[in-house]
Design a protein around this ligand. Structure first.
Ligand code: C2E
Ligand code: CA
Ligand code: CA
Ligand code: CA
Length: 279
């Protein structure tokens, strides 16, 4: 009936208003968080599957809000992209992660690599090469220890525009990794065109190991393909022994996931590295 339709409409517009209000609130909080420096960084280790050593970390942003507790990056990163704040955030993370990891490069020199996530929006529309080289200059962080994680979706759509910048970044010694691989549609020829070092298999494939044999075939194929292109392969989101056994069996180079470690603050990372030096 007409009444029901009207109620329905009311319901939708209320939903939309609530959604817009939430966005506005979050955007204001985000601006506040940026100006007040309310972010922190956690580091999730990556292990070499050959010798079980911690060889690198991925920097992940954390935002502790006074009222709401931790707000997930999956909620605020897309918002930051929409309202043009992502550049400031990604630069902050990159610079501060470099400074923090560098503080560990002391006498026993853990030669670990540091990966930072760079938002597609940021890479495409701003001068990523200039920004990364500026951060390296400012921090003195060794370029060959830095790695940029960019998502596959971006690679697929923006390969021509990215080509030059990524090559310049590679010439600094910085490595480039494709994140969330398998979720986009990048063709082999595109991958070959770009100066990539690493490919990260998306968690959604790893999650279904033992349950979905289709995903297992995909994982094996991705690993083989990557190795043929001389790329290292990281499996992300490894949570079980079964998943680990599977990816190791197919010679996946690196592994990351809760089975080994959640993202941790710098002091915990330092302890893990210390105990590794000890053994
Ligand atoms: P991502 O780059 O794919 O990062 C991996 C996410 O999976 C992280 O979530 C990590 O905590 C989580 N994870 C790691 N191992 C496991 C596991 O074994 N099981 C499960 N269930 N999850 C695992 P997080 O930190 O919440 O970040 C979510 C996404 O937000 C990231 O996905 C990335 O796209 C984005 N993000 C985080 N930090 C930054 C940043 O500094 N800049 C940008 N542009 N994006 C960021
Ligand atoms: Ca990532
Ligand atoms: Ca990922
Ligand atoms: Ca992801």
């Amino acid at each position: 009936s007409k009444d029901a339709g009207r109620n329905q409409l009311n319901f939708f517009s209320q939903e939309m208003t609530a959604c817009a209000e939430r966005r506005l609130l979050l955007e204001n909080k985000l601006r506040h968080a940026i100006s007040e420096n309310l972010f922190t960084i956690q580091f999730q280790p990556k292990w070499d599957t050959c010798n079980n050593r911690l060889v690198g970390v991925e920097a992940l942003i954390r935002w502790l809000d006074d009222d709401e507790g931790y707000i997930s990056p999956d909620e605020f990163i897309p918002l930051a992209e929409d309202c043009g704040l992502i550049g400031t955030i990604d630069d902050w993370v990159c610079k501060n992660a470099c400074l923090q990891i560098q503080s560990l490069f002391g006498s026993n020199q853990p030669n670990i690599s540091l990966a930072v996530n760079v938002s597609p929006a940021h890479v495409i529309y701003k001068d990523i090469y200039k920004r990364v080289s500026t951060i390296l200059d400012e921090t003195g962080f060794p370029a060959q220890n830095l790695e940029l994680e960019i998502t596959e979706t971006m690679i697929a759509s923006e390969v021509e525009r990215l080509y030059e910048d990524l090559n310049k970044i590679r010439s600094l010694g910085v490595e480039i990794s494709i994140d969330d691989f398998g979720t986009g549609y990048s063709s082999l020829s595109r991958l070959k065109q770009l100066p990539l070092n690493t490919l990260k298999i998306d968690r959604s494939f790893v999650r279904d190991i033992g349950e979905d044999s289709g995903d297992e075939v995909i994982i094996r194929t991705i690993i083989d393909m990557a190795h043929n292109l001389n790329l290292k392969v990281v499996a992300e989101g490894v949570e079980t022994d079964e998943q680990y056994t599977f990816i190791k069996q197919y010679n996946c180079d690196l592994v990351q996931g809760y089975l080994f470690s959640k993202p941790v603050p710098l002091n915990e990372l330092a302890l893990m590295l210390d105990s590794q030096v000890a053994d």
